[in-house]
Design a protein around this ligand. Structure first.
Ligand code: C5P
Length: 224
């Protein structure tokens, strides 16, 4: 990695606030925001559309090899996710995609391809990457690593609020159960499981607002 380039990683469970914080840090530092979850989500949307057998890793790999995922920007600065040049920013956030992403995320050969894409992006420019394995597998030599956690109750409260603000009907009990299932799958996956890197700074956001987390991270980046 050239001297001036920086890779900042933020791992943690769903709903800990990684995206909000990573986006803000990227903006403040003027570097690229790499949303790795969006890549697994976009690939899931692709295989769902194609009707691929989600249990068949060979078919998943074939579909992934024919796919191109890009990140663009809307005029207001919001990140745009492009699947084979088509804007899928909103579509990849549906409950269906969210709950089926584990098929793509658990397939070792798929992960090997996606990790390579992510490293390619990080080798060309400074990035803030967020996900589950960005500090452990994707960028083990990152300049700054964070593990952002929060109490499960608080994480499901945040997800419910976020979905309701988008106008989606949410069953709170169901959402909590789905979040727990997703945590379990992320933690127990054989490849690229959610894990704190030994050299990551742990921040618990349960009682912190996004700004406070951003400030804490920026202090570490500056002085750590
Ligand atoms: O972070 P987000 O909720 O958008 O991620 C969607 C899913 O993609 C997660 O539930 C996780 O299973 C998977 N993922 C992953 N590795 C990453 C980022 C996300 O397996 N680095």
């Amino acid at each position: 990695m050239p001297e001036r380039m920086r890779v900042i990683t933020i791992d943690g469970p769903a709903g800990a606030g990684k995206s909000t914080v990573a986006r803000e840090i990227a903006q403040r530092l003027g570097i690229f925001f790499l949303d790795t979850g969006a890549m697994y989500r976009a690939l899931t949307l692709k295989v769902l559309r194609q009707g691929v057998d989600l249990e068949d890793e060979g078919q998943l790999v074939e579909a992934v090899q024919e796919t191109k995922i890009d990140f663009g920007r809307y005029p207001d600065g919001k990140v745009k996710v492009l699947l084979d040049a088509q804007d899928v920013t909103e579509e990849i956030r549906t409950m269906e995609v969210t709950n089926k992403t584990f098929y793509i995320a658990r397939a070792p050969r798929v992960r090997a391809i996606v990790v390579k894409w992510q490293r390619d992006i990080g080798s060309k420019r400074s990035v803030v990457a967020e996900g589950r394995d960005v500090g452990t597998v994707v960028f083990p030599k990152a300049t700054h690593k964070f593990y952002l956690d929060a109490d499960p109750e608080e994480r499901s409260r945040r997800r419910i609020k976020e979905l309701r603000e988008k106008g989606q009907a949410v069953d709170a009990g169901n959402l909590k159960k789905e979040l727990e299932e997703r945590d379990h799958k992320d933690l127990t996956r054989r490849v690229g499981p959610l894990k704190r890197a030994e050299d990551a700074v742990v921040i618990d956001s349960t009682h912190l607002c996004a700004d406070e987390v951003v400030e804490a991270m920026l202090r570490h980046i500056k002085y750590g």
